[in-house]
Design a protein around this ligand. Structure first.
Ligand SMILES: Nc1nc2c(ncn2[C@@H]2O[C@H](COP(=O)(O)OP(=O)(O)OP(=O)(O)O)[C@@H](O)[C@H]2O)c(=O)[nH]1
Length: 397
């Protein structure tokens, strides 16, 4: 399984800059697990502390790479173009936009925190980033509401048999959002509503759509252009506002990330993506030195350029994915002498059994149990795996 992180945002907020910065990786050839001809899909990485040093080993990853004890695990990043007012009604690039959105497991909403682009993406000054946050949420809610209304219609007309419960019709209609009938029922009841759509008012329906959207499209905000004083002021204000407590807002400078990666490629600096500092290792002009020192001030204050952090906040924080290393009877060394060859990203609450099926799709009922390679203890089929677990799977085959 591979996750898709969708990058959304109105025009000119720095979405392309973020996408390029996140996918511009100087990795060895063949390290990419995905080949793609679609320029809007790229390989990005999320950082996971490597487990090999705990076993006194140095890892040899098959995909991604390891730098200074940090594994960079591949994930897909999708530039979801076409967010314009009315996108949910199919305006402009709307339909492709909705397809791409449907496929994204989690979203990073890039917002221009400097306030220099208006809601249409035109140059302006003093635009409030809060409007953009609200705009995207509303746009998604309207889209969900449209699908919810269709689900209600499906229930009323008895499309799949009149005796179906309402949550069944709704879950069927919202299949693409990945919500089960039990979850639909939970959301309805949590809103204090009866399982009878005839009793739902318009605001009830919108609230339901909103709750389902929040559950199925987790999202973080990448507060971009944080290298400007305007963005820093907006960031301080918005993150102090209790109305935004529910949102993860990551301070980002896509420009700084791009500049550091380019300088690293050119041998001018030694920079590990996501790090909150770097070392100048090559000859630099006075002008370059000033530029780099400005970036250094920024990354030390905000603990990195934020590009890596935004991706990780989305995948590990909002979505709750866990990274698991397959181990072996020799701990982290495989029969071919590879060390922690793989690191897989799994859905939240994955169990030993889920991991076994993930590794060996044809396992049938051949799972014996798992072994936690750190403690060497046996773990049962329904044991929930933790982030960074190293697990050996034992089967009857
Ligand atoms: N100061 C600053 N400017 C940035 C940053 N990232 C992007 N920009 C500027 O913002 C403008 C828009 O950037 P793009 O990356 O083209 O934005 P986009 O959202 O992809 O725009 P569209 O392609 O029109 O959708 C450009 O002038 C960038 O130079 C950043 O981190 N800091």
């Amino acid at each position: 399984m591979s996750y898709k992180i969708g990058l959304v945002g109105k025009p000119s907020v720095g979405k392309s800059s973020f996408f390029n910065a996140a996918t511009m990786n100087d990795v060895p050839e063949g390290a990419y697990p995905f080949t793609t001809i679609d320029p809007s899909v790229g390989e990005a990485y999320v950082r996971v502390e490597c487990a090999a040093p705990e076993f006194g080993e140095t890892c040899t990853p098959e995909t991604g790479f390891c730098e200074g004890g940090t594994r960079f695990v591949p994930t897909k990043l999708v530039d979801v173009a076409g967010l314009i007012p009315g996108a949910h009604e199919g305006k402009g690039l709307g339909n492709q936009f909705l397809t791409d959105l449907n496929e994204a497991d989690v979203l990073v909403h890039v917002v221009d925190f400097s306030g220099t682009t208006d809601v249409e993406g035109e140059a302006t000054e003093g635009h409030d980033p809060r409007e953009d946050i609200a705009f995207l949420e509303d746009e998604l809610d309207q889209w969900y509401l449209g699908v919810l209304e269709k689900g209600i219609e499906r229930y009323r007309t008895g499309y799949h048999g009149a005796d179906k419960d309402v949550e069944v019709s709704l879950a069927e209609q919202m299949d693409a959002f990945g919500i089960t009938k039990d979850e639909v029922k939970q959301v309805v009841l949590a809103q204090g509503l009866d399982l009878d759509p005839d009793t739902w008012t318009e605001p009830d329906r919108l609230e339901l759509a909103r709750e389902i959207r929040k559950r199925t499209k987790p999202m973080v905000v990448a507060a971009n252009k944080m290298d400007t004083p305007e963005a820093q002021a907006n960031f301080a204000e918005i993150t102090a506002d209790p109305d935004y407590d529910h949102l993860t807002v990551v301070p980002v400078s896509a420009h700084a990330e791009k500049a550091l990666k380019k300088a690293d490629e050119a041998g001018v600096v030694d920079y590990t993506p996501g790090a909150s500092d770097f070392e100048v290792v090559g000859d630099v002009s006075m002008e370059q030195k000033t530029g780099l020192e400005r970036i250094r001030d920024f990354v030390t204050e905000y603990e990195g350029t934020g590009v890596q952090r935004a991706l990780e906040a989305a995948l590990f924080g909002e979505l709750g994915a866990v990274a698991v290393f397959p181990g072996s009877s020799k701990g982290v060394v495989t029969d071919e002498g590879k060390v922690l060859r793989d690191c897989f990203l799994l859905p939240p609450n994955s169990t030993t059994e889920d991991f076994a099926y993930f590794l060996h799709t044809d396992i049938g009922d051949g799972l014996l149990h798992g072994i936690d390679c750190r403690s060497k203890r046996q773990i049962g089929a329904d044991h929930e795996l933790d982030h960074r677990d190293v697990v050996e799977i034992l089967t009857t085959n």
